[in-house]
Ligand binder design. Structure first.
Ligand SMILES: [Zn+2]
Length: 369
Protein backbone atom coordinates (compact mmCIF):
# COMPACT_ATOMS: atom_id res chain seq x y z
CA UNK A 1 0.00 0.00 0.00
CA UNK A 2 1.32 3.45 -0.91
CA UNK A 3 2.05 5.62 2.10
CA UNK A 4 1.02 9.23 1.57
CA UNK A 5 2.39 12.54 2.84
CA UNK A 6 1.62 16.25 2.66
CA UNK A 7 3.58 18.41 0.22
CA UNK A 8 3.29 22.07 -0.76
CA UNK A 9 3.51 22.21 -4.55
CA UNK A 10 3.62 24.96 -7.16
CA UNK A 11 1.29 24.07 -10.04
CA UNK A 12 1.77 27.24 -12.08
CA UNK A 13 4.56 29.85 -12.10
CA UNK A 14 3.55 32.97 -10.21
CA UNK A 15 0.58 31.28 -8.47
CA UNK A 16 0.28 30.28 -4.81
CA UNK A 17 1.35 26.83 -3.60
CA UNK A 18 -1.23 24.10 -2.98
CA UNK A 19 -1.07 21.57 -0.18
CA UNK A 20 -1.33 18.14 -1.86
CA UNK A 21 -1.38 14.53 -0.69
CA UNK A 22 1.24 12.61 -2.66
CA UNK A 23 3.17 9.35 -2.30
CA UNK A 24 5.90 9.33 0.32
CA UNK A 25 9.34 8.53 -1.18
CA UNK A 26 11.25 5.33 -0.44
CA UNK A 27 15.04 5.05 -0.10
CA UNK A 28 16.72 3.79 -3.28
CA UNK A 29 20.18 2.12 -3.18
CA UNK A 30 22.52 4.97 -2.15
CA UNK A 31 19.77 7.38 -1.07
CA UNK A 32 18.21 8.15 2.28
CA UNK A 33 14.74 9.41 3.20
CA UNK A 34 14.63 12.33 5.62
CA UNK A 35 11.61 13.33 7.69
CA UNK A 36 11.73 17.11 7.28
CA UNK A 37 11.59 19.02 10.58
CA UNK A 38 12.34 22.50 9.21
CA UNK A 39 13.07 24.04 5.81
CA UNK A 40 14.64 27.46 5.42
CA UNK A 41 13.50 30.19 3.05
CA UNK A 42 16.02 32.65 1.60
CA UNK A 43 15.16 36.16 0.39
CA UNK A 44 15.74 35.10 -3.23
CA UNK A 45 12.98 32.44 -3.08
CA UNK A 46 10.27 34.84 -4.26
CA UNK A 47 12.39 35.78 -7.29
CA UNK A 48 12.96 32.14 -8.18
CA UNK A 49 9.27 31.25 -7.94
CA UNK A 50 7.95 34.27 -9.84
CA UNK A 51 10.70 35.66 -12.04
CA UNK A 52 13.28 32.98 -12.86
CA UNK A 53 11.71 31.71 -16.11
CA UNK A 54 11.69 35.32 -17.39
CA UNK A 55 14.98 36.57 -15.96
CA UNK A 56 17.11 33.46 -16.54
CA UNK A 57 15.46 31.10 -19.06
CA UNK A 58 18.70 29.07 -19.24
CA UNK A 59 18.28 28.14 -15.52
CA UNK A 60 15.23 25.83 -15.50
CA UNK A 61 12.82 25.32 -12.63
CA UNK A 62 11.60 21.74 -12.09
CA UNK A 63 8.63 20.58 -14.18
CA UNK A 64 5.36 21.50 -12.48
CA UNK A 65 3.77 20.60 -10.16
CA UNK A 66 6.96 20.81 -8.11
CA UNK A 67 8.05 20.76 -4.48
CA UNK A 68 10.44 23.62 -3.74
CA UNK A 69 12.48 24.15 -0.56
CA UNK A 70 16.22 24.82 -0.59
CA UNK A 71 17.40 24.28 3.00
CA UNK A 72 15.83 21.26 4.72
CA UNK A 73 16.89 19.75 8.03
CA UNK A 74 15.40 16.70 9.68
CA UNK A 75 15.80 13.11 10.82
CA UNK A 76 16.83 10.18 8.62
CA UNK A 77 14.02 7.61 8.70
CA UNK A 78 15.12 5.14 6.02
CA UNK A 79 18.38 4.32 4.21
CA UNK A 80 19.02 2.54 0.91
CA UNK A 81 20.68 -0.90 0.74
CA UNK A 82 24.11 0.51 -0.19
CA UNK A 83 24.25 3.39 2.30
CA UNK A 84 27.10 3.11 4.78
CA UNK A 85 27.54 5.30 7.86
CA UNK A 86 24.16 7.04 7.85
CA UNK A 87 21.44 5.51 9.98
CA UNK A 88 17.77 6.05 10.82
CA UNK A 89 17.59 8.54 13.66
CA UNK A 90 20.54 10.64 12.47
CA UNK A 91 19.83 14.38 12.64
CA UNK A 92 20.89 15.97 9.34
CA UNK A 93 20.92 18.95 6.98
CA UNK A 94 20.34 18.10 3.31
CA UNK A 95 22.46 20.13 0.88
CA UNK A 96 20.40 20.74 -2.28
CA UNK A 97 23.34 20.27 -4.66
CA UNK A 98 22.69 17.39 -7.06
CA UNK A 99 25.26 16.34 -9.67
CA UNK A 100 26.28 13.40 -11.86
CA UNK A 101 28.69 11.89 -9.33
CA UNK A 102 31.16 10.48 -11.84
CA UNK A 103 32.80 13.38 -13.73
CA UNK A 104 36.21 14.73 -12.75
CA UNK A 105 34.66 17.63 -10.79
CA UNK A 106 32.36 15.35 -8.81
CA UNK A 107 35.14 12.83 -8.17
CA UNK A 108 37.32 15.55 -6.63
CA UNK A 109 34.46 16.65 -4.38
CA UNK A 110 33.69 19.78 -6.41
CA UNK A 111 30.11 18.87 -7.23
CA UNK A 112 29.13 22.53 -7.74
CA UNK A 113 31.46 22.50 -10.77
CA UNK A 114 29.70 19.50 -12.38
CA UNK A 115 28.02 20.31 -15.71
CA UNK A 116 24.80 18.79 -14.36
CA UNK A 117 24.83 20.81 -11.12
CA UNK A 118 21.25 21.44 -9.99
CA UNK A 119 19.72 22.94 -6.85
CA UNK A 120 17.13 20.40 -5.80
CA UNK A 121 13.87 22.18 -4.95
CA UNK A 122 15.08 25.47 -6.39
CA UNK A 123 16.61 25.88 -9.89
CA UNK A 124 19.13 24.33 -12.22
CA UNK A 125 22.15 25.68 -14.06
CA UNK A 126 21.60 24.10 -17.48
CA UNK A 127 18.92 22.42 -19.57
CA UNK A 128 19.82 18.91 -18.35
CA UNK A 129 18.69 19.73 -14.80
CA UNK A 130 15.33 17.99 -15.20
CA UNK A 131 17.17 14.64 -15.14
CA UNK A 132 18.19 15.34 -11.54
CA UNK A 133 14.83 16.84 -10.58
CA UNK A 134 13.26 13.57 -11.76
CA UNK A 135 15.63 11.54 -9.58
CA UNK A 136 15.02 13.75 -6.52
CA UNK A 137 11.54 15.29 -6.88
CA UNK A 138 11.16 16.59 -3.32
CA UNK A 139 12.49 19.91 -2.05
CA UNK A 140 12.04 20.66 1.63
CA UNK A 141 8.44 21.93 1.62
CA UNK A 142 6.96 18.51 2.39
CA UNK A 143 7.01 15.90 5.15
CA UNK A 144 9.51 13.41 3.67
CA UNK A 145 12.21 13.80 1.02
CA UNK A 146 14.65 11.44 -0.63
CA UNK A 147 18.26 12.60 -0.88
CA UNK A 148 21.57 11.11 -2.05
CA UNK A 149 23.98 10.10 0.71
CA UNK A 150 26.54 12.60 -0.65
CA UNK A 151 24.20 15.50 0.26
CA UNK A 152 23.99 14.69 3.97
CA UNK A 153 25.57 16.89 6.66
CA UNK A 154 25.19 15.31 10.10
CA UNK A 155 24.17 17.81 12.77
CA UNK A 156 25.90 18.04 16.15
CA UNK A 157 23.45 17.57 19.06
CA UNK A 158 23.53 21.24 20.05
CA UNK A 159 22.68 22.57 16.57
CA UNK A 160 18.90 22.82 16.26
CA UNK A 161 16.95 22.06 13.08
CA UNK A 162 15.97 25.74 12.93
CA UNK A 163 19.61 26.84 13.11
CA UNK A 164 20.61 24.22 10.55
CA UNK A 165 18.33 25.79 7.93
CA UNK A 166 20.95 28.58 7.76
CA UNK A 167 23.68 26.18 6.62
CA UNK A 168 22.89 26.98 2.99
CA UNK A 169 23.61 30.68 2.81
CA UNK A 170 26.18 30.69 5.59
CA UNK A 171 27.91 27.72 3.95
CA UNK A 172 27.98 29.79 0.77
CA UNK A 173 29.71 32.62 2.65
CA UNK A 174 32.10 30.13 4.30
CA UNK A 175 33.17 28.53 1.02
CA UNK A 176 33.69 31.94 -0.58
CA UNK A 177 35.86 33.22 2.27
CA UNK A 178 37.96 30.04 2.19
CA UNK A 179 38.77 30.90 -1.42
CA UNK A 180 40.35 34.15 -0.18
CA UNK A 181 42.86 32.17 1.90
CA UNK A 182 43.73 33.04 5.49
CA UNK A 183 41.85 36.02 6.91
CA UNK A 184 43.96 36.18 10.07
CA UNK A 185 45.06 39.77 10.66
CA UNK A 186 43.61 40.88 7.33
CA UNK A 187 40.80 43.23 6.35
CA UNK A 188 37.55 42.40 4.61
CA UNK A 189 34.87 44.53 2.95
CA UNK A 190 31.41 42.93 2.99
CA UNK A 191 29.11 44.70 0.56
CA UNK A 192 25.65 44.11 2.05
CA UNK A 193 26.72 43.11 5.57
CA UNK A 194 23.30 43.01 7.26
CA UNK A 195 21.65 40.57 4.83
CA UNK A 196 21.45 36.78 5.13
CA UNK A 197 24.74 36.16 3.31
CA UNK A 198 26.50 39.19 4.78
CA UNK A 199 25.68 38.42 8.41
CA UNK A 200 26.94 34.85 8.04
CA UNK A 201 30.10 36.09 6.34
CA UNK A 202 30.65 38.46 9.27
CA UNK A 203 30.47 35.73 11.92
CA UNK A 204 32.66 33.40 9.86
CA UNK A 205 35.26 36.10 9.16
CA UNK A 206 35.39 36.99 12.87
CA UNK A 207 35.91 33.30 13.63
CA UNK A 208 38.66 33.07 11.01
CA UNK A 209 40.59 35.94 12.57
CA UNK A 210 39.81 38.90 10.32
CA UNK A 211 41.26 41.96 12.05
CA UNK A 212 38.96 44.48 10.41
CA UNK A 213 35.58 44.12 8.72
CA UNK A 214 34.13 46.99 6.71
CA UNK A 215 30.40 46.53 6.18
CA UNK A 216 27.96 48.39 3.97
CA UNK A 217 24.18 48.54 3.86
CA UNK A 218 21.23 50.91 3.75
CA UNK A 219 19.42 50.30 7.04
CA UNK A 220 21.45 52.05 9.77
CA UNK A 221 19.59 50.29 12.61
CA UNK A 222 20.56 46.90 11.19
CA UNK A 223 24.12 48.07 10.50
CA UNK A 224 24.41 49.10 14.16
CA UNK A 225 23.25 45.64 15.24
CA UNK A 226 25.95 44.06 13.09
CA UNK A 227 28.61 46.39 14.49
CA UNK A 228 27.55 45.45 18.04
CA UNK A 229 28.70 41.86 17.34
CA UNK A 230 32.34 43.02 17.55
CA UNK A 231 32.58 46.83 17.91
CA UNK A 232 36.39 46.87 17.91
CA UNK A 233 36.63 44.97 14.64
CA UNK A 234 33.59 46.02 12.58
CA UNK A 235 33.07 49.40 10.92
CA UNK A 236 29.84 50.25 9.12
CA UNK A 237 28.88 52.58 6.29
CA UNK A 238 25.57 53.59 4.72
CA UNK A 239 25.71 53.32 0.94
CA UNK A 240 23.44 56.36 0.86
CA UNK A 241 26.25 58.53 2.18
CA UNK A 242 28.74 58.24 -0.67
CA UNK A 243 31.30 56.00 -2.38
CA UNK A 244 32.14 52.70 -0.66
CA UNK A 245 35.61 52.66 -2.28
CA UNK A 246 36.38 56.16 -1.02
CA UNK A 247 35.20 55.22 2.48
CA UNK A 248 37.27 52.02 2.69
CA UNK A 249 40.36 53.83 1.41
CA UNK A 250 39.82 56.60 3.94
CA UNK A 251 39.84 53.95 6.71
CA UNK A 252 43.01 52.22 5.40
CA UNK A 253 45.41 55.14 4.77
CA UNK A 254 44.46 55.09 1.09
CA UNK A 255 45.58 51.50 0.63
CA UNK A 256 42.27 49.63 0.41
CA UNK A 257 41.18 46.38 2.09
CA UNK A 258 42.60 42.91 1.43
CA UNK A 259 39.41 41.12 0.42
CA UNK A 260 35.95 42.14 -0.76
CA UNK A 261 32.86 39.94 -0.64
CA UNK A 262 29.79 41.09 -2.55
CA UNK A 263 26.47 39.71 -1.26
CA UNK A 264 23.97 42.14 -2.79
CA UNK A 265 20.61 40.83 -4.04
CA UNK A 266 19.30 40.14 -7.53
CA UNK A 267 18.16 43.69 -8.18
CA UNK A 268 21.38 45.43 -7.04
CA UNK A 269 23.08 47.81 -9.45
CA UNK A 270 26.29 47.05 -11.32
CA UNK A 271 27.56 50.44 -10.20
CA UNK A 272 27.36 49.33 -6.56
CA UNK A 273 29.62 46.33 -7.29
CA UNK A 274 31.98 48.42 -9.40
CA UNK A 275 32.33 51.04 -6.69
CA UNK A 276 32.96 48.54 -3.88
CA UNK A 277 35.57 46.51 -5.75
CA UNK A 278 37.71 49.60 -6.16
CA UNK A 279 38.03 49.70 -2.38
CA UNK A 280 40.31 46.63 -2.62
CA UNK A 281 44.08 47.07 -2.43
CA UNK A 282 46.67 46.11 -5.05
CA UNK A 283 46.99 42.33 -5.11
CA UNK A 284 43.67 41.91 -3.32
CA UNK A 285 40.81 39.49 -3.87
CA UNK A 286 37.24 40.28 -5.02
CA UNK A 287 34.63 37.55 -4.56
CA UNK A 288 31.03 37.58 -5.73
CA UNK A 289 28.32 35.47 -4.09
CA UNK A 290 25.55 38.01 -4.64
CA UNK A 291 22.82 38.12 -7.25
CA UNK A 292 23.91 41.22 -9.16
CA UNK A 293 23.29 40.44 -12.83
CA UNK A 294 24.62 41.96 -16.04
CA UNK A 295 27.87 42.78 -17.77
CA UNK A 296 30.31 44.88 -15.80
CA UNK A 297 33.00 46.63 -17.85
CA UNK A 298 36.30 45.78 -16.17
CA UNK A 299 39.52 47.53 -17.15
CA UNK A 300 41.80 44.58 -17.93
CA UNK A 301 44.87 46.82 -17.67
CA UNK A 302 43.78 47.70 -14.11
CA UNK A 303 43.22 44.01 -13.35
CA UNK A 304 46.80 43.23 -14.49
CA UNK A 305 48.58 46.31 -13.18
CA UNK A 306 47.00 45.99 -9.74
CA UNK A 307 47.29 42.17 -9.77
CA UNK A 308 43.66 41.74 -8.76
CA UNK A 309 41.91 38.40 -8.35
CA UNK A 310 38.19 38.21 -9.22
CA UNK A 311 36.33 35.06 -8.11
CA UNK A 312 32.75 33.84 -8.54
CA UNK A 313 31.62 31.29 -5.94
CA UNK A 314 28.42 29.21 -5.77
CA UNK A 315 27.28 27.27 -2.70
CA UNK A 316 29.74 24.91 -0.96
CA UNK A 317 30.85 21.29 -0.80
CA UNK A 318 29.17 18.88 1.62
CA UNK A 319 32.53 18.64 3.42
CA UNK A 320 32.47 22.41 3.93
CA UNK A 321 28.93 22.03 5.27
CA UNK A 322 30.29 19.54 7.84
CA UNK A 323 33.04 22.01 8.81
CA UNK A 324 30.53 24.82 9.29
CA UNK A 325 28.23 22.58 11.34
CA UNK A 326 31.15 21.96 13.72
CA UNK A 327 31.86 25.71 13.88
CA UNK A 328 28.19 26.21 14.78
CA UNK A 329 28.41 23.50 17.45
CA UNK A 330 31.44 25.10 19.09
CA UNK A 331 29.84 28.56 18.80
CA UNK A 332 32.71 29.93 16.71
CA UNK A 333 29.73 30.84 14.57
CA UNK A 334 27.07 31.89 17.08
CA UNK A 335 23.58 31.03 15.81
CA UNK A 336 21.85 32.47 18.88
CA UNK A 337 21.62 35.87 17.16
CA UNK A 338 18.94 34.49 14.83
CA UNK A 339 15.27 35.36 15.27
CA UNK A 340 13.30 32.43 13.91
CA UNK A 341 10.13 33.29 12.00
CA UNK A 342 8.33 29.95 11.94
CA UNK A 343 5.42 28.98 9.69
CA UNK A 344 3.53 25.71 9.29
CA UNK A 345 3.46 23.94 5.92
CA UNK A 346 -0.20 24.97 5.58
CA UNK A 347 0.82 28.62 5.86
CA UNK A 348 3.53 28.41 3.21
CA UNK A 349 2.07 31.13 0.99
CA UNK A 350 2.05 33.58 3.90
CA UNK A 351 5.62 32.52 4.68
CA UNK A 352 6.81 33.17 1.13
CA UNK A 353 5.31 36.65 1.06
CA UNK A 354 6.85 37.47 4.45
CA UNK A 355 10.45 36.59 3.61
CA UNK A 356 12.56 39.72 3.59
CA UNK A 357 10.19 41.86 5.65
CA UNK A 358 12.00 41.32 8.98
CA UNK A 359 15.36 42.32 10.36
CA UNK A 360 17.63 41.49 7.43
CA UNK A 361 19.91 38.51 8.05
CA UNK A 362 18.88 38.33 11.71
CA UNK A 363 15.42 37.05 10.71
CA UNK A 364 15.38 33.36 9.80
CA UNK A 365 12.27 32.37 7.85
CA UNK A 366 11.39 28.72 7.91
CA UNK A 367 8.58 26.24 7.46
CA UNK A 368 8.00 23.35 9.84
CA UNK A 369 5.88 20.51 8.43
ZN1 LIG B 1 29.59 15.50 -12.17
Amino acid sequence: MTVMMRAARMHEVGRTMRLDQIARPVADTTDVVVEVKACGMVPNLGNVLANWPTWYPHMPLPSLPAIFGLDPAGVVCEVGKKVIGIEPGDRVYVSPVRSCGCCQSCLTGQRTQCRYMTFNGYFGFQKESQVLYDQYPQGGFCEFMSAPQYSIVKLPDNVSFREATRLGYWGTAYSALKKAGSLAGRSLLINGISGTLGLGATLIALGRGAARIYGTGRNMALLERVKALAPERIEIFSTESGSVADWVKSRTDGRGCDVMLDTLGAVASLEAFDDAMHGVRRGGTIINIGGTAGKLPIDLKWLMDEQMTLIGSVWFTTAEGCELAQMMASRIVDMSILEHEVYSLGDINAAISSVGTGNGGFSNYLVEP
